[in-house]
Design a protein around this ligand. Structure first.
Ligand code: SF4
Length: 258
């Protein structure tokens, strides 16, 4: 009970700083998971460039109107704290998946060179497209996961080459409304410093622990708030503990500042 009260206090403190996180809108799964694959081990900004390169090289037969704009800062640049790969999939639409699946590997790899690990990401993308087409006859992640509960969907996606638990969890939380808190480097660091999980289990251990302890219905909000907090205040080096809105609830307050 005490820990749950602390978590709710942390949630409120972060919402006051970064704003309330709305539940994710309904969105298609495939562009979302592809954008998330591209963001592995790189910044969102370079992953955006790779996604745009795919769109340019493999344009859709019919270009749909973007549903949302990318978040911008006060100077009109992409907001480095608020940007998420889900925004990219929302804003930019979908490339021609069939053309990507059929193209020579080297052409796809060239598009992805900008975001690093081009070889691995190209193979992950192609394996995913092939698996969808073989199982569903098209390129629908919704049909691929039809009938799965959250655990089954996590297992099914994580079994594909180049798709880890984090990528699967982002896809399910942002595209399918699953009550999950995907764990990237920021979420792992912030939740470990706060002492709500033991950081020794690695990111996957943190993911499992958060699933057990977060109050129902809050995981998606915690994901975004921990991520923003890790980028803006609880940075890897020299976190700004003096201006941290959840300092009273943090086990490591002040200890990481030097
Ligand atoms: S008090 Fe410091 S270490 Fe703790 S969450 Fe805030 S910024 Fe991070």
């Amino acid at each position: 009970m005490g820990e749950r009260t602390r978590l709710k206090r942390i949630l409120r403190g972060l919402e006051r700083r970064y704003g309330k996180i709305e539940p994710p809108p309904k969105r298609k799964g495939l562009p979302l998971i592809v954008a998330t694959i591209l963001s592995q081990n790189t910044t969102d900004l370079t992953a955006i460039r790779a996604y745009e390169a795919l769109l340019e090289r493999f344009p859709p037969a019919r270009r749909s109107r973007p549903r949302r704009n990318l978040p911008r800062d006060s100077d009109g640049r992409i907001d480095k704290i608020k940007i998420r790969m889900v925004h990219v999939a929302d804003a930019r639409g979908e490339p021609n998946w069939r053309a990507i699946e059929k193209a020579p590997l080297s052409v796809v790899r060239n598009c992805l060179r900008v975001c690093g690990l081009a070889e691995t990401k190209t193979r992950a993308l192609r394996s995913l497209l092939k698996a969808l087409r073989k199982e569903t006859g098209g390129y629908s992640l919704e049909r691929f996961l039809a009938g799965c509960d959250t655990d089954q969907a996590l297992d099914k996606l994580s079994a594909l080459p180049g798709i880890g638990v984090k990528t699967a969890a982002v896809t399910l939380a942002e595209g399918f409304g699953a009550d999950l808190c995907p764990v990237d480097t920021h979420v792992h660091r912030v939740s470990g410093r706060l002492g709500v999980v033991s950081p020794s289990g690695g990111r996957n251990g943190t993911f499992r622990e958060l699933r057990k302890i977060l109050p129902p219905g809050t995981a998606h909000a915690f994901h975004h708030l921990f991520l923003s907090h890790g980028r803006a205040v609880c940075t890897a080096r020299r976190p700004k503990c003096d201006s941290c809105p959840i300092r009273p609830d943090c086990e490591r307050r002040g200890l990481e500042e030097v």
